[in-house]
Design a protein around this ligand. Structure first.
Ligand code: IMP
Length: 206
């Protein structure tokens, strides 16, 4: 597709009413579509290959993924990058959460935390919006909690079974339905910030 044609697609886009979420994670998509619907925004899941860079900053990773995705599809899109930061492990795994999840997993984190009393941790999320006309703009969210002593719950994904959210008593994210996780989660907070900006920006611009 020529870049001129791509720009036309973007210009005709129903801005403020539809968001293309570039992700291959159906759990993230299901969380996002519920949050964005609170703002009357429909969400489409766009499964395109978005190369993910390695970096110490979630924001840099999200920005690079957004730029790359826009190059590939020529649409206004959002991407999201998240990580689990464990305070007793000096923020590990942080931006390397995906790799750590694939290698040592939740049990590996529990093993590293054996005999550790200080179990504070948090999830951080960065949602990056970008379009053919706009450089990436980032929205941040954070969920505080603790690393549990054992895995609990079967809902959600990733580190959900070992993360006790501060807002949810001593239950883990994996013991919460999506709507409840969305009341407390890092991703929901970042998405709500994005949705407020995106829906109000659309009134200003159109
Ligand atoms: P990603 O790079 O944003 O996909 O996230 C990196 C890793 O962090 C994922 O593989 C998950 O294991 C973990 N992660 C991110 N967000 C969440 C969440 O909301 N719950 C549990 N784990 C998460």
């Amino acid at each position: 597709m020529s870049s001129k044609k791509k720009d036309n697609v973007s210009a005709n886009f129903p801005r403020g009413r539809l968001a293309f979420f570039v992700t291959s994670n159906v759990h993230k998509f299901n969380e996002a579509r519920r949050v964005l619907s609170e703002y009357k925004l429909a969400t489409a899941m766009l499964k395109i290959k978005a190369a993910e860079i390695q970096d110490d900053s979630l924001e840099n990773i999200a920005k690079a993924s957004a730029t790359n995705a826009v190059k590939n599809c020529g649409l206004p899109i959002i991407v999201e990058d998240a990580g689990l930061f464990v305070e007793a492990l000096n923020g590990f795994p942080g931006p390397y959460s995906s790799y750590v999840y694939r290698t040592i997993g939740t049990r590996g984190i529990l093993k590293l935390m054996e005999n550790v009393d200080k179990r504070d941790a948090y999830f951080q999320s960065v949602v990056a919006f970008s379009s053919p006309e706009e450089a990436p703009k980032c929205f941040h969210g954070k969920a505080k909690g603790k690393i549990s002593r054992e895995e609990r719950g079967s809902l959600g994904f990733g580190f959900d079974p070992i993360f006790e959210s501060s807002g949810g008593g001593s239950r883990t994210f994996a013991e919460m339905a999506t709507t409840e996780k969305n009341e407390h989660s890092h991703r929901a907070e970042a998405l709500r910030k994005f949705a407020k900006w995106y829906t109000c920006g659309s009134k200003r611009r159109f």
